[in-house]
Ligand binder design. Sequence first.
Ligand code: CS2
Ligand code: MG
Length: 405
Amino acid sequence: MKRDIIESAEVIVCSPGRNFVTVKITTKAGYIGYGDATLNGRELAVAAYLEHYLCPLLEGRSVFQTEDIWNYFYKGAYWRKGPVTMTAIGAIDMALWDLKGKILETPVYNLLGGKSRSKMLTYTHANGKNLEDTLKRVEELKKASFEAIRVQCGIPGIEKAYGIGEKGIYEPAIKGNKPFEESWSTPKYLNFIPSVFEEVRKEFGEDLHLLHDSHHRLTPTEAARLAKDLEPYHLFWLEDVTPAEHQESFAQIKQKSVTPLAVGEVFNTIHDAHHLISNQSIDYIRMTVSHGGGITPMLKIAHFAEPYHIKTGCHGPSDISPIALAACLHVDTAINNFGIQEYMGYSETTEEAFPHEYYFENGHLHLTEAPGLGVDFNETFARKFEYEKAYLPINRLEDGTMFNW
Ligand code: CS2
Ligand code: MG
């Protein structure tokens, strides 16, 4: 029996710790590969795309044909791009690479160029309600060996600002039938944030890598002001300063400041980023394997960015499953222009649902020699937790105007 021929592809939607959509591909010889199809707050749209359109076309195909299968789904749909389509294609692509590794008895990174490094620099989040809280959290994370920390802080005068969670793990999607409403004031934010970084540097010195996420809220001019104001604190990067629909905006910001810029967590294809990359208007491309259409295109994007001095910084929130995080780590391991990997961590329930080989130690994520992606799926356990609808928040200005979240 040929080891690589697909027998079935299935979609599992459940909520072990939070909502996740998992693709399971089984070959006729009994090998099983997993992919992550989670798109936070829009999970069922991706599940339906997979169930109705992609999974039924896989039977009889060889798992080794990742390039042809990817193009069959991307070009073959006629309707290209978009987060739902690309997350669905990405999950299948991930599962196929997992299967290739398992059949060939080698970690996926060996099929992508081999080991370029032995460990990945990792950042996580310090989200304090106020300055004191933020400093405390940075201290804790430093003690937990993190060398790179994303610093967010509640803003005086803004009741519920972006990125501030209760006790460590920040979960943006909130269960219920209506999105939670946050509020925003750009002047209050711009006046306050530089003082946070001033305090963090005062307290912890120059050694820590510091990052910050503006979550798509500034105009290019406001972004340039923030980037300049933060220059004395030598950020590792300033993320998503302005909504990325206009790739040209980043060139304006870049001309005015030397604070490194990162963008891309909401991008789905190279077409979202090709000007940003070829014009060198960013420093880090933040696309992630699941929402960027899988390992196949992520590898091409990383290789395209390399000669332009642009490094990767894959999105790694708790709303992509450990399968997608592992897929990022395999790409991170193999490419030359790796920058940093985001890692928010997971709840105990999520950890139990997805037993994995990767591990965090001394500020870095590590992979082992395990074949495939090195993540299992404890399906019986995971299925005990039923999907519950959850929305990402929406955001309004203080006068009620709908704004970017
Ligand atoms: C964030 C995410 O990790 C990040 O940088 O921007 O928390 C993002 O808001 C969520 O992944 C949305 O689902
Ligand atoms: Mg972000």
